[in-house]
Design a protein around this ligand. Structure first.
Ligand code: SF4
Length: 213
């Protein structure tokens, strides 16, 4: 069962799924897992939040909304063959164990749909791996909730002139995302302590470094 709806991203980010409902993770949690699997353990199993990180996200979110209002990206949507769009769409899939707010769901002229995500960053030739993973998760939610084909997605980089990167999804991308989701759900449901971040460099500024052994 799926639930698309329009919602305030900040309030949804704060929303907690009740223990009675099926557990669903957000794309942000997937990104945190990719940074270090132990973040999931500390946040979800021990309930120790990343205060600094959350504050940063709220500030970044406000800044993003101001920038989106300022930049007129209508011409970009036209260029993408967009026949219709919905903004700030909350999607949830208990089957996938994923929920989140898609900045824009684009309904393309060829009958497919695509997520458009805004990033407060400059464009790179190859989208950041994390941005791609987020886009893949949104694509999975759209496929599930709208029953439409989702073959590609877009990331709009607001700094440096609102450049848009296209991401063409492969089945391997969806398989990788499903595998990561399954690992995260496993950590939370079984409460096991996962391996540490791949690079020790990530530990230097980590808010959990004093309790991480
Ligand atoms: S200190 Fe390093 S291994 Fe531990 S949670 Fe932080 S990033 Fe992960």
């Amino acid at each position: 069962m799926c639930s698309p709806s329009l919602s305030d991203p900040e309030s949804v980010e704060r929303e907690r799924v009740s223990p009675e409902s099926i557990f669903m993770i957000t794309p942000s949690e997937v990104i945190e897992y990719l940074f270090c699997p132990r973040f999931i353990y500390f946040m979800n199993c021990l309930d120790i939040p990343q205060h600094e990180e959350l504050r940063y996200k709220v500030l970044k979110g406000r800044e993003m909304h101001k920038l989106r209002a300022k930049h007129n990206v209508a011409y970009l949507r036209k260029k993408l063959g967009c026949a219709g769009k919905e903004i700030d769409v909350y999607l949830a899939s208990p089957r996938l164990h994923v929920r989140g707010v898609v900045d824009e769901v684009l309904h393309l002229a060829d009958g497919t749909a695509a997520p458009l995500d805004y990033k407060f960053a400059e464009c790179r030739w190859v989208p950041f791996k994390t941005h791609k993973m987020q886009s893949v998760l949104y694509a999975m939610l759209i496929r599930e909730c709208y029953g439409k084909k989702v073959e590609k997605g877009y990331v709009c980089y607001l700094r440096g002139g609102s450049k848009v990167e296209e991401i063409v999804y492969r089945e391997a991308d969806f398989a990788e995302a499903e595998s990561i989701i399954s690992e995260i759900v496993d950590i939370i449901e079984r409460g096991y302590y996962p391996g540490r971040a791949r690079s020790r460099n990530r530990c230097a500024d980590c808010c959990y470094r004093n309790i991480c052994v």
